[in-house]
Design a protein. Structure first.
Length: 380
């Protein structure tokens, strides 16, 4: 048989499978919807975790190569200016910058802000720039005076210069940016002390070597490289996606029951149909191929429906079903607007785990029925 004849044979079997599915369209439609709902649940977890990993990688790509902290009794402590100079003198380091940031627990909104005094702050002393979440929590608007309770027990009033854009809300929603002088007054911080040190390394392959040298130059210090931070985020999202998968265990079990029911046996009307096909001269291979096409059509349709629904839910809507599980819980939860990030490997894995088992499950009962005497099948 030539490949053209084989292709035409399979096309005819596919036409027959489609007609058979149409005759039982009510049952098959419900099966596709249940199957698609299962794929939707699993695909939502997989796609959201992948998109968050991509977002974290994009954020870390613009961060420092190595972050060095000073530890005291196992907890972060302030870093002296002379220590920053020592770290900057390490071979392979092109730049060492002391950073100033702190967690501020607001007594009014009961939210925790990240207060940061960045280098090159565009505002003047007495001005602040706010993330969208911080501004919404306190109902602060540009031009208004805001009060922050300092370490000295007094309120420090600053003017809101502007709000940070929503395009960076995932990382800036809780930020409060201000000048270094205001940071020193608010947290009673000496001008020669920093929260940690950010190092820029000339050769990315020397990150581990520079991190070891930084720990040696700063006794009691701890160095974290950018790849280590990326692995931490990946582990976090893997753990949260696993937690979400446990929550969706009911959907997975539903899919397993559907596949088991399909593999357990065929309804009487389908068995009689197979008997008629064998009686009129169909070969066992043709019967198996036709039924396999039915399984392929149902499973692929459910897969496409589920993945498309998951894609729309994640990237056109703010992922209302799964975002709290994978993103975490916070008073200042940012709006989730993720860029589409779909890995072909993840899609292939999802396809293999959802489509292949069901398709193969359709073959087992058909093979048993097709291997039986047609007269016995039609009488059963």
């Amino acid at each position: 048989m030539t490949w053209r004849a084989a292709l035409e044979r399979q096309r005819s079997l596919l036409d027959f499978a489609l007609l058979a599915l149409w005759r039982r369209r009510g049952k098959n439609l419900s099966l596709v919807l249940v199957y698609g709902l299962t794929v939707f649940a699993i695909a939502s977890v997989v796609l959201l975790a992948g998109a968050l990993r991509a977002e974290a990688a994009a954020v870390l790509a613009g961060g420092p190569d190595v972050v060095v902290q000073q530890l005291s009794a196992g907890r972060p402590a302030l870093v002296a200016a002379e220590a920053v100079a020592r770290l900057g003198a390490i071979r392979g380091v092109s730049r060492a910058a002391g950073r100033r940031w702190a967690a501020y627990a607001d007594p009014v909104s009961h939210a925790t802000f990240t207060v940061l005094a960045p280098e090159g702050f565009e505002g003047r002393p007495g001005e602040v720039e706010l993330g969208a979440g911080a501004a919404a929590a306190m109902r602060w608007k540009p031009g208004e005076k805001v009060g922050l309770l300092g370490e000295d027990g007094r309120w420090h009033f600053l003017e809101v210069r502007r709000l940070l854009g929503e395009e960076t809300a995932l990382v800036s929603t809780d930020l409060v940016l201000l000048a270094g002088e205001d940071f020193e007054r608010l947290f009673a911080l000496p001008p020669d002390r920093f929260t940690d040190v950010a190092l820029t390394v000339r050769n990315p392959r020397e990150l581990t070597t520079v991190a070891r040298a930084a720990v040696g130059a700063l006794p009691g210090g701890r160095a974290v490289t950018r790849p280590e931070m990326a692995r931490t985020y990946e582990a976090l999202f893997d753990w949260r996606s696993g937690l979400a998968s446990v929550v969706l265990l009911g959907a997975v079990l539903t899919f397993a029951l559907v596949a088991w029911d399909k593999a357990a046996g065929l309804p009487a009307d389908e068995r009689r149909e197979l008997g008629v096909l064998k009686a009129i001269g169909w070969e066992t291979g043709d019967v198996l191929a036709a039924k396999l096409w039915e399984g392929v059509v149902i499973s692929v349709a459910a897969f496409l429906l589920g993945v498309l629904a998951a894609y729309l839910q994640l990237f056109l809507a703010p992922a209302p079903l799964l975002a709290p599980v994978l993103r975490g819980w916070s008073v200042l939860s940012p709006p989730l607007r993720l860029a589409p990030s779909v890995s072909p490997l993840e899609l292939a894995t999802l396809f293999f785990l959802t489509v292949v088992p069901y398709t193969l499950a359709t073959v087992v009962p058909v093979w048993r029925a097709a291997s039986t005497d047609p007269d016995a099948v039609m009488r059963s």
